[in-house]
Design a protein around this ligand. Structure first.
Ligand SMILES: *Cc1c(COP(=O)(O)O)cnc(C)c1O
Length: 364
């Protein structure tokens, strides 16, 4: 049976990329050694890292003056690295979910914070009615809220750029990087775990404007200092070799498939198909406010009168090959993640499955 992988993260990768990774695990570059056992300082791996960085720059249209890093530690380590490196006194946060809140928590350890939140509405929308304090060292946003299925739309991002004025903008883009074009020059720093839309777990990407660094007065531990990793070309210590290799393959795949603008078109079509099915359904309903719905993570629940059928649908969908559609415990219900590698056919299969179940329920 065909499996459709809707996991939120680690998540789906293109089959071709998985196959190429498997080949390199057996024999990297036809050199007779596995990618698992080569030196990170070898010419072969340096070429991989260089190509991955170059493809990030090309696909995201990253201007001069920015560095692209692949590090360890996950997005979660960035929650503290950001204030460590950028916060002198005060930082502002858009608190749009569990991840944003965790990022905010770390900043509180370094000084004064201000935050704008939709926590009272279980993070079902993106707050819009606030202003960014102009004395903040930076403003931190989470562009896509993986758990709640909300995303800052392109239009709302424009509004945020206006609100920021001269305040540096920092973004956690773990779950929507490369899913749509972004105007990188509007950001001081962008980071994320690579395991949602780029690579298997183990690598963290950072895109940082070089001139925002070196401004805080505190001592920054060597491994937590971005400058260390810029100077070391992501090789200050051993980088996550295999995830970076897969990232490079996946970035090639994205380029061959039309780049980020083409990915956005496909992502809009996929999400539209699933949201239409949800909105037309008599038994399912979406949880995020429509204006802030995510293209990457689609959250839906059973309507109150059909709550008792939740487990039945889970079983029904699992029998038809759907994987990873259980919602996060803080939202409940279901979540289908539609990252770049998910095909429209996969989304159609889920929609068909929802409709078939609904017909059975209504008939029964
Ligand atoms: C998954 C996720 C994280 C956590 O990433 P780790 O690499 O596991 O630390 C942070 N932020 C967002 C938006 C995420 O989706």
């Amino acid at each position: 049976m065909t499996k459709y992988n809707f996991n939120a993260g680690p998540s789906i990768l293109p089959q071709e990329v998985i196959r190429q990774t498997a080949e390199a695990v057996l024999d990297f570059n036809g050199e007779g050694l596995s990618i698992l056992e080569i030196s990170h300082r070898s010419k072969g791996f340096q070429a991989v890292l260089d190509e991955a960085v170059a493809l990030m720059k090309e696909l995201l249209n990253i201007p001069e003056g920015y560095s692209v890093l692949f590090l360890g530690g996950g997005a979660s380590l960035q929650f503290c690295m950001v204030p460590y490196n950028l916060m002198e006194k005060k930082a502002a946060y858009l608190n749009t979910g569990v991840w944003a809140k965790k990022a905010l928590k770390e900043a509180k350890g370094f000084g004064e914070t201000v935050d704008f939140s939709s926590a009272d509405a279980n993070y079902s929308f993106i707050p819009k009615d606030y202003s960014v304090p102009q004395d903040a060292d930076y403003f931190h946003i989470t562009t896509n809220n993986t758990i709640y299925g909300t995303e800052i739309s392109n239009a709302e991002l424009e509004a945020i750029y206006q609100k920021c004025g001269n305040v540096p903008l920092v973004a956690d883009m773990s779950s929507d990087i490369l899913s749509r074009p972004i105007d990188v020059q509007k950001y001081a720093l962008i980071y994320g775990g690579a395991q949602k839309n780029i690579a298997p777990a183990g690598a963290t990407f950072v895109i940082v404007r070089n001139d925002v660094l070196g401004k805080v007065s505190r001592y920054i531990p060597t491994m937590l200092n971005y400058q260390t990793h810029i100077d070391g070309g992501s090789m200050f210590n051993t980088p996550p070799v295999l995830p970076i290799y897969t990232a490079m393959l996946n970035l090639r795949w994205l380029k061959e498939n039309g780049g980020v603008a083409a990915a956005e078109k496909r992502n809009i079509a996929k999400a539209a198909l699933l949201y239409k099915t949800i909105d037309e359904s008599r038994i399912f309903t979406g949880t995020a406010q429509k204006a802030d719905r995510s293209l990457m993570n689609v959250c839906f629940v059973m309507k109150p009168e059909y709550q008792h059928l939740q487990d039945d649908f889970m079983r029904f969908a699992t029998e038809r090959g759907m994987v990873g559609i259980k919602g996060h415990r803080s939202v409940g219900g279901f979540r289908a993640s539609l990252y770049n590698a998910m095909t429209i056919e996969g989304v159609q299969a889920l929609c068909d499955c929802m409709k078939e179940f609904e017909t059975d329920v209504i008939k029964g």
